[in-house]
Design a protein around this ligand. Structure first.
Ligand SMILES: Cc1cc2nc3c(=O)[nH]c(=O)nc-3n(C[C@H](O)[C@H](O)[C@H](O)COP(=O)(O)OP(=O)(O)OC[C@H]3O[C@@H](n4cnc5c(N)ncnc54)[C@H](O)[C@@H]3O)c2cc1C
Ligand SMILES: CSCC(=O)[O-]
Length: 402
């Protein structure tokens, strides 16, 4: 039976789960919804359920600071993040939903000589990878962001890695756009339905148990970010990742003063200005594993205090609100897109503090992996790389202090 509620449900159905689906995606965040949409769009697999324990987009996808860029160092990273950035360019048309992609440009500030060398190396790597970035001087940084104090006593700005086609998008709209498109394909998005167990027979997945009863499937995609270890545990395997809180805050709205995104990773802060005028500010992760979605105030103080030298304007502002999410961090700060020890079970997690920018590319790649059993974009991101020592180290490009 299909029930339509008022409000957003006019965009997608709230169906009763069927007994069986060809594929179940656990997690109606951006990555899960994008995976389902690409399964339908490219492989005609539409007998799909996306199962969500809360409300769609209520996890990290609805809680992030929306920075989009592809200026990573390693070749596998450049491939999937640039695929993703390029899909953001056409997402509003592809989904027929305005996700407000704004290629306003992103600077990764260099405030130590170590960062100068690191970002110049990345600029050279990006040139070889076909990712358009450039190393810019302090004067150019100031020209792009006049409110910035580039002569701070502790951390002067020594230059930056500039990606002109990086930027932001409206995070809720990304989730809503994919959800409506999946629903229009006949897929079932089942919210307020928690997966409590993964059922297998002879080493192969046969379905899940949920708070709305048992649902059978031939293929299962685990796309639950900070809860990935819990889902893996239900299926009897472990994942090399940790779950920690990452938080962000917004200031009171002010007149337009900044039209690019800046990441100051030495001081563990990054910021942009929303269309509503708020300064959107983020910092490093909490230094301990936890599943809270709120963070701790001392982290907020630390972040803003650290940014004040480079952005004195912040010292005059009031905080409007603060929140947190549970990010899934791997040892090399790269994602896991992988088969698992259970036949028919696939996992997509480990995006840590930087997976919003990867949503369309991840969905494209994960759908290929689930439909065809392999994907050039996921080959290097296997969960087994940690056993084989084939790390994809992105601790610099990941930016935010882990
Ligand atoms: C404060 C903050 C700032 C960030 N800033 C940026 C940024 O600027 N740029 C960037 O690229 N990335 C950023 N990120 C990271 C980015 O938000 C995430 O990597 C990305 O949104 C993860 O998407 P997802 O779909 O994998 O996970 P989520 O959106 O978290 O979705 C996973 C879903 O799975 C559901 N779930 C969990 N367990 C179960 C279960 N048992 N049964 C059913 N459902 C379940 C959850 O309820 C959740 O809705 C930030 C994250 C945070 C928290
Ligand atoms: C939260 S950090 C944002 C990013 O990775 O671009």
């Amino acid at each position: 039976a299909t029930r339509y509620h008022s409000g957003w449900e006019r965009h997608w159905r709230s169906p009763t789960p069927k007994k069986k689906y060809d594929a179940i995606i656990v997690g109606a965040g951006g990555h899960g919804l994008a995976t389902a949409w690409h399964l339908g769009k490219h492989y005609g697999i539409t007998n799909v359920a996306i199962i969500e324990k809360g409300w769609l987009g209520g996890g990290n996808t609805g809680r992030n600071t929306t920075i989009i860029r592809s200026n990573y160092l390693q070749d596998p990273s450049a491939a999937i993040y640039e695929k993703s950035r390029s899909l953001y360019e056409t997402m509003s048309q592809d989904l027929n939903y305005n996700v407000m992609f704004s290629p306003r440009g992103v600077i990764m500030l260099a405030q130590t000589h170590h960062e100068v060398r690191g970002y110049q190396r990345t600029a050279h790597a990006n040139a070889l990878q076909g990712v358009t970035t450039e190393w810019i001087t302090p004067a150019r940084v100031k020209e792009l962001c006049p409110i910035m104090n580039i002569e701070g006593p502790r951390y002067p700005v020594l230059g930056g890695l500039w990606q002109a086609r990086g930027g932001t998008a409206r995070h809720d709209a990304v989730a809503w756009g994919y959800a409506r498109a999946c629903s229009d394909m006949g897929m079932d998005i089942i919210q307020q339905c928690e997966v409590t167990n993964v059922r297998t027979e002879g080493g192969k997945v046969v379905g899940v148990d949920t708070t709305k009863g048992a649902i059978d499937c031939d293929k299962l995609g685990m796309v639950v970010a900070g809860h990935a270890s819990h889902l893996a545990d239900m299926a009897g395997f472990r994942l090399p990742m940790e779950s920690v809180a990452l938080q962000a805050l917004v200031s009171e709205p002010i007149k337009p003063c900044m039209d690019i995104v800046v990441m100051a990773n030495t001081v563990h802060g990054y910021l942009s200005q929303s269309d509503k005028g708020e300064m959107v500010i983020g910092g490093g992760t909490d230094g301990f594993n936890n599943y809270t979605q709120r963070g701790s105030f001392h982290h907020v103080e630390e972040t803003v205090r650290a940014l004040n030298e480079t952005f004195p304007i912040l010292s005059r502002l009031k905080m409007l609100r603060q929140w947190g999410g549970i990010v899934d961090v791997t040892g090399d700060r790269s994602p896991i897109l992988s088969k698992t020890p259970i036949e028919g079970v696939f996992v997509n997690c480990g995006w840590g503090t930087g997976g919003f920018k990867a949503i369309p590319g991840s969905g494209f790649a994960m759908a290929e992996l689930m439909a065809k059993g392999a994907s050039p974009l996921t080959d290097e991101f296997s969960m087994y790389r940690f056993r084989e020592g084939k790390f994809i180290d992105e601790s610099v490009a990941a930016g935010v202090a882990h």
